[in-house]
Design a protein around this ligand. Structure first.
Ligand code: ZN
Length: 94
């Protein structure tokens, strides 16, 4: 699915409609030594049999998120572009 390069929408920081640059969202690398991550990995280790915390059902696809950056204040906001879970990927038009 193709998304336009520039969109004019409401900016909550400027409190008016401004032009926004559109880019795709990519999550950062997870820190393997973060407290919550270490705790979760210990939980997965378990004591044989069924492991707590392991998902039995995998979800199909993801909600596609777009990052909008305001051209006036350079603040970023995220927006869910396709609301339902899909395998369609978003492309930004050039
Ligand atoms: Zn703004």
């Amino acid at each position: 699915m193709k998304v336009p390069n520039v969109i004019s929408t409401y900016c909550p920081y400027c409190r008016k409609h401004t032009e926004h640059k559109v880019s795709t969202y990519s999550p950062g690398k997870r820190r393997s030594l973060a407290f919550g991550n270490v705790k979760f990995e210990n939980k997965l280790r378990g004591h044989g049999g069924k492991r707590a915390g392991k998902k039995s059902v995998k979800k199909q696809g993801k909600r596609q998120v777009v990052v909008l950056t305001c051209t006036e204040c350079n603040k970023k906001q995220m927006r869910v572009y396709i609301k339902s879970r899909t395998k369609k990927k978003i492309e930004v038009k050039r």
